[in-house]
Structure formats: structure tokens, C-alpha cells
Design a protein around this ligand. Structure first.
Ligand SMILES: Cc1ncc(C[n+]2csc(CCOP(=O)(O)OP(=O)(O)O)c2C)c(N)n1
Length: 346
């Protein structure tokens, strides 16, 4: 397993970036954590629908997204808000999406990030299609897709990797192995020793990385992205990390996993090791931390205010989010709704 920064903050290889980028990415991880905790609180207040927290996975998401170009494609899941935000998805739309507002699923045109997939695994084939389409059009844009350990048991995972392997598609498969798929432990998910080794069967490199190590995640993703952009084909990355919180705000992990396991992973906090690294190089102190946290909280607060100040969607808007030309059954339902509304107004 590739590791560059140990849980105690020791650098055991060459840093893949300088201190300035390290500081920027640390700030981004603080914003991500602030966003995540805020969303959990908003859900408890009834201001969001179900929310899937990613606490513990910040390095996996921020480190990998940092290895992309701003217009590369990203196709991710309900748990990947940090990666999506880092790739340009407006935070207020991420929040709006979690209130159930369809407008949260329509990022601005220049943002090459698809709305989050709730269907486990189904989105990976879309990422392969996007990367393949870019190649056919002679562009050097690549795609990255995020998914969990549970998604590797879906047929779509195998179809996506197989197609990408056969056609040498420029797609990076980024698995966040966070130990659990709801209550299903990784050990019961697959008999493979690692998820990374599944790559062998599809004729592509597979790499296992410490997913709580910002440095190593950035390094391996950068290499995979460069390979993809050079036309050398796909890579499967297994980032070994941990979901510190519940599967979603409707889940009680105390019913299926040991509190000791969670404590053990808390000691491998992805933010803490970068904090120690920066501190030892004179780039961190408690006042600076307080300022970084305050700025992060303000950014999150602003996004929440924007999301909550959107005028309420009209009932008929629900028909507008999916099709350019809605199919007949939706047109019929829309007409029925209009009849009811007309009757109500009359
Ligand atoms: C096709 C499909 N099957 C089942 C579900 C219900 N479901 C939602 S999340 C989840 C577990 C996914 O685990 P994993 O892929 O490891 O990702 P994680 O939630 O841990 O990030 C399941 C089974 C779903 N959303 N889609």
C-alpha cells in the first residue's frame, strides 16, 4: 500500500507537491469537514433530507480531485461532496440537492461534474462513456469516477472496467474502500485480497493507497491521470480509508460495528497528519487554525444561505430535470397535474 505521510505526520518518501499547495489542500480539507458536519446538523434540524457523511474520507477526495485539470470529468456518488466541490460543483447546489431540490442536480455548463449517483455502481459506465467520447473527439480530457467497496460487487463495475480496459479509455476508477457498505464489512464484500488486484483481470494497473494520506493519494491519482491523458488507458485505484460516521443520517452503525474500530481509525485522521506536517515546518499554529476554521465555516454558511434562499420550486418543475423531450407517460402526468392545478385555481 502506497504511503508517503504516516499517521504521526512523518514524511517517508518525496512530497509530491510544495508547501503552498499543501496548505491549500489542508484548507480545502477543513472546508470539507466543516461542510460535512454542518450538513449532519442541518439534517437533524429537518433542513436537509437524508445525508451521507464522508468524515474520515477528506484526504481521499481532496487529494484525488487536486490531481485533475479543472475541465476533467467527474462522476461521483452521494458521499463525494468534497471531491465534487473541489472540482467546481457549487456548494450551494450540493446543499440544495440534499433538500430534494432538483435544481441541485444541474451544475453550471462549464462544470464537468455529473450530479451525484444514488444508484450504487450505475454511474461508472457513464464515466467511461464520457472519457471515450472525449477521446473520439480528439480531446485530452479524462474522466474520474468515485465509488465505494460495495459498488465493486455490482455488474456495472465489471462492465465499466472491462470496456475501459479493452478500448484503453482514459478513465480513472477511484474506489474509496471505507470498510463498510452500510452494514456489510469489506471482508464479506469480496474474497479478493485487495480491491486493487481486480484490475489485473481487466488488463489495467491497480494501485492500493493509504486513503487517509493526502500526499500518497495525490501522487497515485496524478500518475493515473497522466497515464489516462497520454492515451495509455485506465487505472484502478483503491484508497483504503474509513467512514467514521454512519452510512447516512438514517443509519445507526452502533448496531453492526465495534466502537473500538472507529476509535482506531480516528487515530489515523487524514487532517491531523497534514496538520503535524505543516506544524513541523512552521506553517501551522493554533491562531492560524482558528482563522482557517472560521473562514471555512463562513464559506459553508454562505452556501447554506444561498441554497435556502432559492425560491421554492413549482410543482411542475419535477418534470423538467431529466429529458429534453419528455416521453409520453411524463407528458400525460404533466397534463394531469396542470388539470388539477387549473381546477384548484378555478
Ligand atoms: C443499485 C443499488 N443497490 C442498492 C442500493 C442501496 N444502497 C445505497 S448505498 C449502499 C451501500 C454502498 O456501499 P459502498 O459502495 O461501499 O459505498 P459507501 O456507501 O460505503 O460510500 C447500498 C447497498 C442502491 N442505492 N443502489
Amino acid at each position: 500500500m502506497r504511503q508517503l505521510l504516516t499517521p504521526s505526520g512523518d514524511l517517508v518518501g518525496e512530497a509530491p507537491f510544495g508547501l503552498d499547495l499543501c496548505v491549500r489542500l489542508y484548507r480545502a480539507m477543513v472546508v470539507a469537514r466543516s461542510y460535512d458536519r454542518k450538513c449532519v446538523a442541518l439534517q437533524k434540524q429537518g433542513r436537509l433530507a437524508t445525508y451521507a457523511p464522508f468524515e474520515g474520507q477528506e484526504a481521499a477526495q481532496i487529494g484525488s480531485a487536486a490531481a485533475l485539470e479543472p475541465d476533467d470529468w467527474m462522476v461521483a456518488t452521494y458521499r463525494d461532496a468534497a471531491a465534487m466541490w473541489a472540482q467546481g460543483y457549487p456548494m450551494e447546489l450540493l446543499v440544495a440537492g440534499r433538500t430534494g431540490d432538483e435544481r441541485g442536480g444541474s451544475p453550471p455548463d462549464h462544470v464537468n461534474v455529473l450530479p451525484p449517483s444514488i444508484t450504487v455502481g450505475g454511474h461508472m459506465v457513464h464515466a467511461v462513456g464520457l472519457a471515450w467520447a472525449e477521446r473520439l473527439q480528439g480531446s485530452s480530457r479524462i474522466a474520474i469516477t468515485y465509488f465505494g467497496d460495495g459498488a465493486t460487487s455490482e455488474g456495472d463495475f465489471h462492465e465499466a472496467l472491462n470496456f475501459a480496459g479493452v478500448y484503453g479509455v482514459g478513465c480513472v476508477f477511484f474506489c474509496q474502500n471505507n470498510g463498510w457498505a452500510i452494514s456489510m464489512p469489506r471482508s464479506a464484500q469480496t474474497a479478493s485480497e485487495t480491491i486493487a488486484q481486480k484490475a489485473i483481470a481487466y488488463g489495467m494497473p491497480g494501485v492500493q493507497v493509504d486513503g487517509n494520506d493526502l500526499f500518497a493519494v495525490y501522487e497515485v491519482t496524478r500518475q493515473a491521470v497522466e497515464r489516462a491523458r497520454a492515451g495509455e488507458g485506465p487505472t484502478l485505484i483503491e484508497a483504503v480509508t474509513y467512514r467514521l460516521g454512519p452510512h447516512t443520517t438514517s443509519d445507526d452503525p452502533g448496531r453492526y460495528r465495534d466502537a473500538g474500530e472507529v476509535e482506531e481509525w480516528r487515530r489515523r485522521d487524514p487532517l491531523e497528519r497534514v496538520r503535524i506536517f505543516l506544524s513541523e515546518r512552521g506553517r501551522w499554529d493554533p491562531e492560524w487554525q482558528a482563522e482557517v476554521e472560521e473562514k471555512a465555516a463562513r464559506e459553508v454558511e454562505r452556501a447554506v444561505e444561498l441554497a435556502e434562499s432559492l425560491p421554492p420550486p413549482a410543482p411542475g418543475d419535477v418534470f423538467g430535470g431529466m429529458f429534453e423531450s419528455p416521453p409520453r407517460h411524463l407528458r400525460e402526468q404533466q397534463a394531469t397535474l396542470e388539470l388539477y392545478r387549473a381546477a384548484g385555481e378555478g
